[in-house]
Design a protein around this ligand. Sequence first.
Ligand code: SF4
Length: 457
Amino acid sequence: MTTSERRYHITTFGCQMNKADSERMAGILEDMGFEFSEDPNDANLILYNTCTIRDNAEQKVYSYLGRQAKRKQQHPDLTLVVAGCVAQQEGEALLRRVPELDLVMGPQHANHLQDLLEQVFNGNQVVATEPIEIIEDITKPRRDSDVTAWVNVIYGCNERCTYCVVPNVRGTEQSRTPEAIRAEIEELGRQGYKEVTLLGQNIDAYGRDLPGVTESGRHQHTLTDLLYYVHDVPGIERIRFATSHPRYFTERLIRACKDLPKVCQHFHIPFQSGDNQLLKAMARGYTHEKYRRIINTIREYMPDAAISADAIVGFPGETEAQFENTLKLVEDIGFDQLNTAAYSPRPGTPAALWDNQLSEQVKSDRLQRLNRLVSVKAAERSQRYLGRVEEVLVEAQNPKDKTQVMGRTRGNRLTFFAGDIEELKGKLVEVKITQVRAFSLTGERVNESVVITSMCS
Ligand code: SF4
């Protein structure tokens, strides 16, 4: 393949970690001389970065892959890559299922894409799923946004939640050093990015695998320390982090979020269930009382903080009364946003083997009931924004109304207002909220001349 013929397409499924991995792999491909192709049928390298958290995402991969495998029979120079969690889980079995595949690579191998492709171009069919130490990546990711960016801080997960495939597919925890993380954020600041989201499957575990303890015996490197360490990076106006785990969430972290002005007062802390017996069966390591205490503490320090979470309904053995405990938690806390899912048994996880699985009908009925409550509560939470002036970081044009731009408030509410994207992209703008919906807002610029360029010294 000559350089001029090199066109790639990446389709990404699943979570923010996968999106961040895809951006890094796109960066590697562009360094290798590939150009991005919007249309997969026009590309000669197709990479599916896959997710196995739910069965439907996995099935979608197989159907996309089937189509491209057929295309490869007519175009033998097409390179087909499956990366991510399905690749890790299935390994060689994927090659047996789709013999047209050239490369099957687990998430830990994302930074090695170039080496792996070179083996492919030398005529090999390659499977890379063995656990490895993740190397620092020197390639610049091709980021989807030029305003906000993901920054991985810890890979893998050492938890053993009984429904989750992540520890099997993403391996044990590996934290990046604070210096490497800061260097990446400094580079983003130089390039004009305004917001970073620090990412980890369980971000509260950050640093516990790095050497060093303090005099009081705690790990020297924690997420809280990292927030202090990166907070003054020039150009970066907002810092977020995800995903938090209630088991390890500390008051020290809450205080840091209050004290550090760039850290957005938005917390994404999955609770999964509002019932203690189910939380135990899920091996989550906390009770609903502890979860409520965390939220209360956050609200004591920051009464207006936005709170979002993830919840699963229909976990094996969940009774109606246990499900109602989840409803009660949602009712009591009032989330700004809640990602809900019906439990889906995943291969290789303990809960998938239990014989107390619920019917699809019960699961979907509970999901609908929960979603109805979530919308009502989110709409209630939205009311507090009406008439207020919010700081919005403008990211893009509203695709449904070209006279408007859209961005997010510090609490992560999607907000639309009239404006010119050429003028406003990447700017922090004061917007008076005039309409509220459950999950988004509409407003108007308070003063055409006021564009906040930096809220921190
Ligand atoms: S904390 Fe639990 S749910 Fe989250 S990635 Fe780790 S094992 Fe999965």
